[in-house]
Design a protein around this ligand. Structure first.
Ligand SMILES: Cc1ncc(COP(=O)(O)O)c(C=O)c1O
Length: 369
C-alpha cells in the first residue's frame, strides 16, 4: 500500500552524504579489511565522544548489545533481572538468553516508562540487575534509577535503542550506567543500512571483555580466553553510521519540532500523550497518542493514507514466548491499557509541512465525526 504519509523515509537520510559514503565503501572494498578494522574503531571513538563515555563497543544488533552487556557484567543463571513489560521483545529476550530470570514490572501511566517504585518492591536476594528502557525516546529518571540501584547493590543497564541524544538529569542516556545498549536497526533515529548495535560504558575492563566477547572470546589471534560470540559491528555499517552520526542532532531537533506541532495542533482533543519529559529529555523516536477509540482512529488514519501503527499491541508479559513466566492479563494493567489504547503517528525528519497538516487534519476529522 502506498501511503501519503509514510512512517519512514530511509533514502532521504543519504542526501548530501551519498557520494562520499559510496567512496568510503569503495575504498573499503578495495582494502579487503572487511572485519572490524579502522572503520569500526573510528565509529566507536566518535560514538563514545557523542554519548560522553570512555568506551563504545560495536556489535551486530541492539539485541546482542543487551545480551553481551549482561553476560560481560556477570549476570547469568540463578540471577533475576528486573525490567519493564512495556518494551520491545528484545529487552526480556536478552535476559532469558543469558540464562537469567526476567522479573517484569509495570510502567507509569503518564510517562509510559518503568515504575521504579514497583522495581523496589520486586527486589529479592537473587536480583542482580535492573534494565531501564527509554521507551519511544523518552528518558527514564536515571538519578532515581541509580539511587535505587546503589541502595540495593544492583547493576544498571540502559536499553537506549530508541533514545539517542536524549538527556536524563542533564546527561546523555547511556552514559551513566554499567552499560548503555544501542540498536542502529534501520528504523532507529541513528540507523545503519541493516543490523548494527553498540554498548557504551566507562569501565575499561568490561569494555575489554566485551571486545573479546564479540570476537569469539579471542584476546589475540588463535587465543580464546572464553567462549564468546560472533557479534562484531559490520565494517560497512560502521562507515554508514559514522557519516550519519554527524547529523543525528539535526534530525533530533526536527523530530522534536514535529512532536511539538503535533501536541499543539491536537491539544483539546480527547487524546493523551506520553508526558513528563523536560526539554531535551525525549528523542521522539515514536510519537504516541492514547485514546479508547484507538482501533477506529487507526483505521481512519490508514484509510486516509497515513501510515499509523501500534507499538506495541501485546505487552511482553502476555506474549506466548514468555508464557512460562506465569503472568496473566490483569497483572500489569498500565502496560495492558497502553497496548490497547495507543498508536504512533508518523514522525520522521523528512516529513513535510503538508504531511504534518494531513496527519493533524485527519485526527481532527476523526473526532469531529
Ligand atoms: C527498545 C528496544 N530494545 C532492543 C531492540 C533490539 O534491537 P535490534 O533490532 O537492533 O536487535 C529494539 C529494536 O529493535 C528496541 O526498540
Amino acid at each position: 500500500m502506498h501511503f501519503k504519509v509514510a512512517r519512514y523515509d530511509y533514502p532521504s537520510q543519504f542526501t548530501g552524504i551519498e557520494a562520499s559514503l559510496l567512496q568510503e565503501i569503495r575504498d573499503l572494498l578495495n582494502s579487503g579489511q572487511y572485519v572490524l578494522g579502522q572503520a569500526v574503531a573510528k565509529f566507536e571513538r566518535d560514538f563514545a565522544t557523542y554519548i560522553e563515555t570512555k568506551h563504545a563497543v560495536g556489535v551486530n544488533s541492539g539485541t546482542d548489545a543487551l545480551i553481551l552487556a549482561l553476560h560481560a557484567l556477570g549476570v547469568g543463571p540463578g540471577d533475576e533481572v528486573i525490567t519493564v513489560s512495556n518494551s520491545f521483545h528484545a529487552t526480556a529476550l536478552a535476559i532469558v538468553r543469558i540464562g537469567a530470570m526476567p522479573v517484569l514490572v509495570d510502567c507509569k501511566p503518564e510517562t509510559f516508562l518503568i515504575d521504579l517504585e514497583q522495581v523496589e518492591q520486586k527486589i529479592s536476594k537473587r536480583t542482580k540487575a535492573l534494565i531501564v528502557v527509554h521507551l519511544f525516546g523518552q528518558s527514564v529518571d536515571m538519578a532515581a534509577a541509580h539511587d535505587l540501584a546503589r541502595r540495593n547493590g544492583l547493576l544498571v543497564v540502559e536499553d537506549c535503542a530508541q533514545a539517542i541524544g536524549a538527556l536524563s538529569s542533564g546527561k546523555k542516556v547511556g552514559s551513566t550506567s554499567d552499560a548503555g545498549c544501542w540498536s542502529f536497526a534501520p528504523a532507529k533515529n541513528l540507523a545503519a543500512a541493516g543490523d548494527a548495535g553498540a554498548i557504551t560504558l566507562n569501565n575499561p575492563e568490561v569494555a575489554d571483555r566485551l571486545r573479546q566477547m564479540r570476537h569469539f572470546g579471542q584476546s589475540t589471534q588463535n587465543e580464546h580466553r572464553f567462549t564468546g560470540y560472533n557479534s562484531r559491528l559490520d565494517t560497512i555499517q560502521a562507515l554508514v553510521l559514522r557519516k550519519k552520526l554527524a547529523r543525528v542532532d539535526m534530525w533530533g531537533a526536527r523530530r522534536a519540532r514535529i512532536a511539538s506541532i503535533y501536541k499543539e495542533r491536537l491539544d483539546g482533543l480527547p487524546l493523551a500523550f506520553q508526558s513528563g519529559a523536560k526539554p531535551g529529555e525525549h528523542a521522539y523516536h515514536l510519537f504516541q497518542v492514547k485514546t479508547e477509540l484507538r482501533d477506529d482512529l487507526l483505521s481512519h488514519l490508514r484509510e486516509s493514507g497515513i501510515d499509523a501503527v501500534v507499538r506495541y499491541p501485546t505487552p511482553i508479559h502476555l506474549q506466548p514466548a514468555f508464557v512460562d513466566l506465569g503472568y496473566r492479563y490483569g497483572d500489569l494493567p498500565v502496560a495492558e491499557a497502553l497496548a490497547e489504547q495507543t498508536l504512533c503517528l508518523p514522525l520522521h525528519p523528512a516529513m513535510t509541512a503538508d504531511q504534518i497538516d494531513l496527519v493533524c487534519n485527519s485526527v481532527h476529522s476523526f473526532f469531529s465525526d
